[in-house]
Design a protein around this ligand. Structure first.
Ligand code: FAD
Ligand code: SF4
Length: 449
């Protein structure tokens, strides 16, 4: 990556200055029964951490945040705060809500700079737990289990820990050193994070079941599925997650300089792929989506960011065929106009229907697929777990799967009404799975959890 691109991929938003942080923290009303706490899926004691900032106790503030949320530094950058804590702040309407995300970032950034370890592992309780995957769900489960005294080993297929925080979310929103610090906090507590080890291949599921008292499956989801249309094999067709990952690993091979890029999909992955393409030098980036703005799943802040970056949106437009030239290189995307039917699908959203005869061609040098993620069926089946189309079946309270030793959390259970595919939801589920493991072994009462 050249210097220009390196600059383009640097974090976009500056944090608060000390003066701004002080002023912002002093605006907080420190509400009794604060609604912001209730709106945080991990239940961070927000007024308490804000109060600590106002008194200059930044380490104490970071401890409050990270105690409730083991990936609280990441969440300060990627959470949809306007729909969560900031959306619930009592100052909405009267003035501006407290900028909770930025204050959370201010406190955790300060903790990162000190290099301090915020928490210690509990005295060993003689039990061993394995965690599969080191994304937010896995790190949270592992951190809580370590605090309960389990000897914890995290198995991670990639070279670095952090899951999509490290390899998925674009670096200009979330630099890699943030999830690295969160993982390092666990290593300093004695959690063994074995990277480059793929469960199911390098170590078998049966071995984990035999060697550990409990297993938490937090392996997330897989790559982007095929579109199932002609032309997907052409040169210039990318998987959004692979493309973003290559930029995070500084390994993008190039090819988007001056390009006309079309991204298919309208979730957070599509937005990240589109804004990444802008930063990789694309001349024009369009997102095509078969429904409308009202149904897109990307957060509002992501949508606004994409618009600011010059990304164009083509609503009610579905891809039909990717067209290439004689050398096998993408030249066009054939699309069809859609209309929304009165009927709704299982997800409650109106079903898009093609308008007969409305096919048209859009010029493109690259097409990026961003239509969700595949499920990790071979891994789920290696543990012999019940699942519904790849969504691991769990008890919604205990996160226990159909195997009595195995618990599951995060994106691996997302779908079929289980939570959200967000970092904060994965973190909370990881915590809850750890509490259930410990409760199962008699170490925790229902009230504590
Ligand atoms: C491009 C993109 C942008 C996003 N933006 C946001 C955002 O702004 N805000 C937000 O809240 N959420 C966002 N998300 C969603 C969020 O990243 C996920 O919901 C969250 O990371 C899920 O956490 P997880 O721990 O369940 O899984 P993951 O983060 O996917 O981690 C799973 C880990 O398990 C590992 N693994 C898989 N199989 C194996 C195996 N067999 N053996 C060992 N290890 C294995 C993987 O390598 C991975 O490291 C985004 C997602 C994407 C793709
Ligand atoms: S609701 Fe707003 S004002 Fe009240 S404690 Fe939370 S952040 Fe502070």
């Amino acid at each position: 990556m050249n210097d220009m691109l390196r600059r383009n991929f640097a974090e976009v938003h500056p944090g608060l200055t000390p003066k701004e942080a002080m002023e912002e923290s002093n605006r907080c009303l420190y509400c009794y029964d604060a609604p912001c706490i209730k709106s945080c899926p991990t239940g961070i004691d927000i007024p308490s951490f804000i109060k600590k900032i106002s008194t200059g106790n930044l380490k104490g503030s970071a401890r409050v945040i990270m105690d409730a949320n083991p990936v609280g530094a990441t969440c300060s950058r990627v959470c949809p705060t306007e729909q969560l804590c900031e959306g619930a702040c009592v100052l909405n309407g009267a003035s501006q809500p407290i900028r909770i995300g930025l204050l959370q970032r201010y406190a955790t950034d300060a903790a990162m700079k000190t290099g301090d370890t915020l928490f210690a592992a509990g005295p060993r309780n003689g039990r061993k737990a394995a965690v599969v995957g080191s994304g937010p769900a896995g790190l949270s489960a592992a951190r809580e289990l370590a605090r309960f005294g389990y000897a914890v080993t995290v198995y991670e297929a990639k070279e670095k820990p952090g899951g999509l925080d490290t390899y998925g979310i674009v670096s200009f929103r979330l630099p890699q050193d943030i999830p690295m610090w969160e993982a390092d906090q666990l290593s300093k507590m004695g959690v063994a994070i074995r990277t480059g080890v793929r469960v199911g291949t390098d170590v078998h599921a049966e071995k984990l079941l035999a060697d550990y008292d409990a297993v938490v499956l937090a392996a997330g989801m897989g790559r982007v599925p095929a579109l199932g249309i002609e032309g997907e094999q052409l040169d210039g067709v990318y998987d959004a997650i692979e493309l973003i990952e290559s930029t995070k690993a500084d390994a993008f091979g190039g090819g988007l300089q001056g390009a006309r890029v079309i991204v298919i999909g309208a979730g957070n992955t599509a937005i990240d792929a589109a804004t990444c393409s802008v930063r990789l030098g694309a001349d024009n980036v369009k997102i095509v989506y078969r429904r409308t703005r009202g149904e897109m799943t990307a957060y509002d802040f992501e949508y606004r960011f994409a618009k600011e970056e010059g990304v164009e949106f083509r609503w009610l437009t579905a891809p039909k065929r990717i067209v290439g030239n004689e050398s096998g290189k993408v030249t066009h995307l054939e699309c069809v106009r859609m209309t929304l039917s009165e009927e709704t699908g299982k997800d409650g959203r109106p079903i898009p229907v093609p308008v007969a005869g409305s096919e048209f061609l859009m010029e493109a040098d690259a097409v990026i697929k961003a239509i969700g993620q595949k499920r990790l069926l071979p891994l789920i089946e290696a543990f012999g777990l019940e699942h519904e189309r790849g969504v691991v079946t769990i008890d919604p309270v205990t996160y226990r799967t159909s195997h009595p030793k195995v618990y599951a959390a995060g994106d691996v259970v997302f779908g079929q009404g289980n939570g959200e595919a967000t970092v904060v939801s994965a973190a909370q589920q990881g915590k809850l799975a750890a509490y259930s493991v410990h409760r199962h072994f008699g170490g925790i009462s229902a009230e504590t959890a």
